[in-house]
Design a protein around this ligand. Sequence first.
Ligand code: FES
Length: 521
Amino acid sequence: MAITSGTPWESQRMPHYPRLKKGGHFDVVVIGGGITGLSAAFFLKQAGKKVCLLERTHIGSGDTACTTAHLTYVTDIRLAKLAKTFGEQQARAFWQGGIAAIDAIETIAREHNIRCQFRRVPAFLHAQLHGNRGETKQLEYEANLAGKLGFDARFVKSAPLVDRPGILFSNQAKFHPMAYLAGLAKAVHGGGCVISAETEAKEIEAHPLRVKSEGLEIDCDYLVIATHVPMMGITGLVSATLFQTKLYPYSTYAVGANIPRGKLAEMSLWDTSDPYYYLRIDRGTKSDYAIFGGADHKTGQAEDTNAPFDDLIHTLKQLLPEAEVDRRWSGQVIETNDGLPLIGETAERQFVATGFAGNGMTLGTLAGMMARDAVMKYENPWQKLFAVNRKKLRGGAWDYLKENIDYPYYYLKDRLAPVEADSTRDVKRGSGQVVKIDGKRVACSRDAAGKLTSVSAVCTHMGCLVHWNSAESSWDCPCHGSRFKPDGSVIAGPAETPLEAVKLPPAAKRPKRVPNTSPKR
Ligand code: FES
């Protein structure tokens, strides 16, 4: 069966919102039309605020679209580690945030009649798929601790399908993320609130608080930055750079496969390895569907971005030999040093939310509630725990240094390394290479039809050199994870400006002459 690139969600029709024709004043401007931005706009509208949501392209065009949409309060960082680092009360609070988010999604979907296939499902955290099986004690301890802190969890000797010890967490959930976003957007737009698509926030000024976007000036009393990696906004350069050092961008991969109907119950599973594998089972009409993900690596640092898909397909086939893989895609998650997200004000009247790791849907929703509470000046139980300016390196200073070595390391290494190609003629169809032209490193890519596109290989964030991602046909930066389309436009920050276009000298554009080696007739 042919494997197509793209998620199972992409057939969802998304509502289109035209670009604002003129500026004006709103109570709150939200930048970003993913789960965080739309949730924030929704809760703020509910609280009586006039909101303007700006989206660079269209609703759900960012990393929300790439999620596998497990909804769980179980965090990537183990409960025992959370309790040891932050104390049991705070560990419980973190998990309760996930419960609050799942309940909110369920309520919103029901009250606004959003047909997003929301379902409560059991979830299993189980011993490593590829490791030895000596994890029973840790899993028992984790299950007992979860029970002690009030969560519905119990140790099981054998989790379904994988036949490994694990923990059953009842009452987790899953949904169709794009159907949910579409419904959320419809609930936001109108009644004094507006969504403006194709509206890139180019400049942000502090006094008055103002967002500028090619001829538009939108003033507001409060700004919510809900981009995957927060834009700098009105934060100073030093603070923004320091903030960036707390974020670790990872690429994650997923495949989708048809499996025999009724063989497995609808559920979620994930293992304890690092990076971990995750599996979601959906009921279908003719066949059921499995979504299997994992094989994460730091963005921009993989030699071969097709290899993770091979790993996933191989591992899924070991679990489910009948699986017929028909889709593959990748996305990006942002991790933090201590495993907690960063949600709160980075400047006066400027709110950001990021660092959700593998809990993007739940923490994005929770961040929306927290944005409302920050604007409305309500007390919020997670405000201190997730504060963006928490100083202590609770995840460990060594980890912090290790994750941040990328910037000087790749900055220097890639400049000292030989260029990948001497000529654009070496750039094959459907691929990209960095070519040295007139002494400059140029990121050259060729589409399937042979058209060459060339942009500067120097990342506009802090000057590292971008690497070609063959799985996604993008230029990815190994230093802080910015991603760019072949034409240089920004897919994901922290870079806020496109890669500079490079006009090639005519000789550099000529296609490579392939010697005719066919025998003469
Ligand atoms: Fe920071 Fe590229 S230099 S993302």
